[in-house]
Write a protein that binds this ligand. Structure first.
Ligand code: MN
Ligand code: MN
Length: 290
């Protein structure tokens, strides 16, 4: 990997890690999700980066892909299991990292939270060039199952490329039989999810996160000029133009935009997540977000 590219990935990782720590400090009962997301995104800017994607704050049986909308009054409650998922980019080189926090002082679900933390550590320890992705998944499953929880089978890690948060390689959270291997110079996000439920998520309503659809992108499109091809929030469009909801509706209708659904387990289940971004080099594994 080009030395300059490597440095940019590392800087994106460091900013992403600091932003996640900063955000973790904002998690308290009664705090608005809107203020947490905006606060973290502003902090990323102060550190010289831009968000890789809108801050995701997903609660309890939500696994991922909720970001507050403009005017959102949703607040955290004591006991909520919050997945905070944050990333920073430097010149299009992205990081992606996440942690799980139980809101308030109670440690009722530390085991659920530990399960994904330990699974992530174990998976990274196994990681080397030419390892099959099914073996990464098997390791994640082994650790999560040993804690008595289920890995989420239809969610997993992914490759990362410049301005491309979810590039083609998929890293499962169990042995899915996929013999695809990770290669030197790949950047991947590893993200185990553990659930007290069935270990499968379904699509809920939209989580206020959008992305320009691949085949239809016009370079003069204001959303492209602002966000390129990374996911963005309705909140961010609100800062660009007065009629933001109408604009988004119109772009959705013409299929120039796609919306991310909130990914949910069934009601009453709880989910934890842990995530790091890793550079796989021929002679070294670099966790950019640690
Ligand atoms: Mn993430
Ligand atoms: Mn990710």
């Amino acid at each position: 990997m080009d030395q300059q590219v490597k440095e940019k990935y590392k800087l994106a990782g460091t900013i992403g890690k600091k932003a996640l720590e900063f955000g973790t400090g904002l998690i308290e009962p009664g705090v608005y999700l809107y203020d947490i997301a905006n606060g973290i995104e502003k902090y990323i800017g102060e550190l010289g980066g831009k968000p890789s994607f809108p801050v995701n704050i997903s609660i309890n049986n939500e696994a991922a892909h909720y970001t507050p909308f403009e005017g959102d009054k949703r607040k955290l409650s004591r006991g909520d299991i919050v997945k905070l998922d944050v990333g920073a980019q430097v010149d299009g080189y992205l990081s992606d990292n996440a942690t799980t926090i139980e809101v308030g002082e109670a440690g009722n679900h530390s085991d659920l939270i530990d399960a994904t933390r330990e699974a992530l550590t174990a998976a990274i320890k196994k990681l080397r060039p030419h390892l099959q992705v099914r073996n990464i998944g098997a390791e994640i499953d082994r650790v999560i199952s040993s804690h008595g929880f289920k890995p989420i089978r239809n969610l997993g890690g992914h490759g990362i490329n410049r301005f491309d948060l979810h590039s083609e390689i998929f890293i499962p959270n169990y042995d899915d039989g996929n013999a695809t291997t990770v290669k030197p110079d790949m950047v991947v996000a590893i993200e185990p999810f553990a659930s007290t439920g069935i270990g499968m998520i379904h699509n809920g309503p939209g989580g206020n996160i959008y992305i320009l659809s691949g085949t239809k992108i016009r370079k003069d499109e204001p959303l492209y000029q602002s966000f390129n091809t990374v996911p963005f929030a309705q909140r961010w469009v609100a800062k660009l133009m007065p009629n933001y909801n109408e604009y988004i509706r119109k772009m959705m209708k013409s299929k120039e935009l796609s919306e991310f659904a909130v990914l949910k387990e069934h009601r009453g289940s709880l989910i934890s997540q842990a995530e790091h971004t890793v550079m796989i080099l021929s002679d070294e594994i670099v966790v950019t977000t640690s």
